[in-house]
Ligand binder design. Structure first.
Ligand SMILES: [Zn+2]
Length: 210
C-alpha cells in the first residue's frame, strides 16, 4: 500500500496519505494545512480520496479539512465527542496566533470499531479519549500500522492540559486499546518520528507497568 507522510503547518502535524495500488482509492488522515502539497502527492500517485479522517479536532490536525473536502468531494470522518473543539477554530487559532481556518463540516461520525476499506485494506477506528474526548487512532491490521494522532508518541504520550484533556483517561486508552496490539506494529504519531508498540512498551516512561 502507498503511504506518504507529510508534516504540515506550523506545528508540523504528520498528515498520512494511504493509497491502494489497484483501486487507486486513498485515505487522508489529518490534513491540518498545506492542502496543495497533499493534492500534489495524490496527483503524483493517481489517487482519488475516498475518505478524510480526523484523529481529533485540534487545529493543526483539522485546519485544512474543509478545503480538501471541497476540492476532492470526499467525506470527513470525526468522532462526535470533539464537536465542541471543532466549532472553536477561532479560539484555537488565537492560541497559536494564526488566521482562523474554515470550520470543516463532518459527514461521518467515526465510532470505536468502525471499519473503513481502502481497496481491500482494512482500517479500524479505535476510540482513545484522553488527549481530547474525541481522539481516535486508526489501526490497519493488514499493514501492521497504527496512526496514533496525539495519543501515543515516540517516548511520550499526548498532553492532557488543554480543554477536553484527561491524564488518567489517556493512560487507560493506551493500556486498553494500544498496548494489546501486536508488538511489531508501526506507530505513526501526530508529530515527530515513528516507533513501534513493542519499543514504547519497553522504553516509554508513561507505559511502565502496563
Ligand atoms: Zn492535538
Amino acid at each position: 500500500m502507498i503511504h506518504e507522510i507529510l508534516p504540515v503547518g506550523m506545528l508540523q502535524c504528520n498528515c498520512s496519505i494511504f493509497g491502494d495500488e489497484t483501486t487507486r482509492e486513498a485515505l487522508v488522515v489529518d490534513p491540518g494545512d498545506e492542502i496543495e502539497g497533499i493534492l500534489e502527492v495524490l496527483a503524483r500517485h493517481g489517487l482519488k480520496v475516498k475518505a478524510i479522517v480526523i484523529t481529533h479536532a485540534h487545529i493543526d490536525h483539522i485546519g485544512g479539512a474543509q478545503k480538501l473536502r471541497r476540492v476532492t468531494g470526499a467525506p470527513v470522518h470525526m468522532n462526535a465527542a470533539d464537536e465542541e473543539l471543532r466549532r472553536q477554530m477561532d479560539m484555537q487559532a488565537s492560541w497559536l496566533g494564526i488566521a482562523t481556518p474554515e470550520v470543516t463540516a463532518i459527514d461521518v461520525e467515526a465510532k470505536d470499531g468502525d471499519r473503513l476499506l481502502v481497496g481491500t485494506n482494512e482500517v479500524l477506528v479505535l476510540h482513545t479519549p484522553g488527549h481530547t474526548q474525541g481522539s481516535i487512532c486508526l489501526w490497519m491490521p493488514g499493514e501492521g500500522k497504527l496512526v496514533a494522532g496525539d495519543t501515543l508518541f515516540f517516548d511520550s504520550i499526548g498532553r492532557t492540559d488543554l480543554p477536553g484533556g484527561d491524564g488518567r483517561q489517556i493512560l487507560r486508552s493506551i493500556q486498553e486499546k494500544l498496548v494489546p496490539l501486536p508488538g511489531p506494529t508501526l506507530v505513526f504519531p501526530g508529530h515527530g518520528e515513528s516507533t513501534t508498540i513493542e519499543r514504547e512498551r519497553e522504553f516509554n516512561y508513561f507505559l511502565r507497568g502496563m
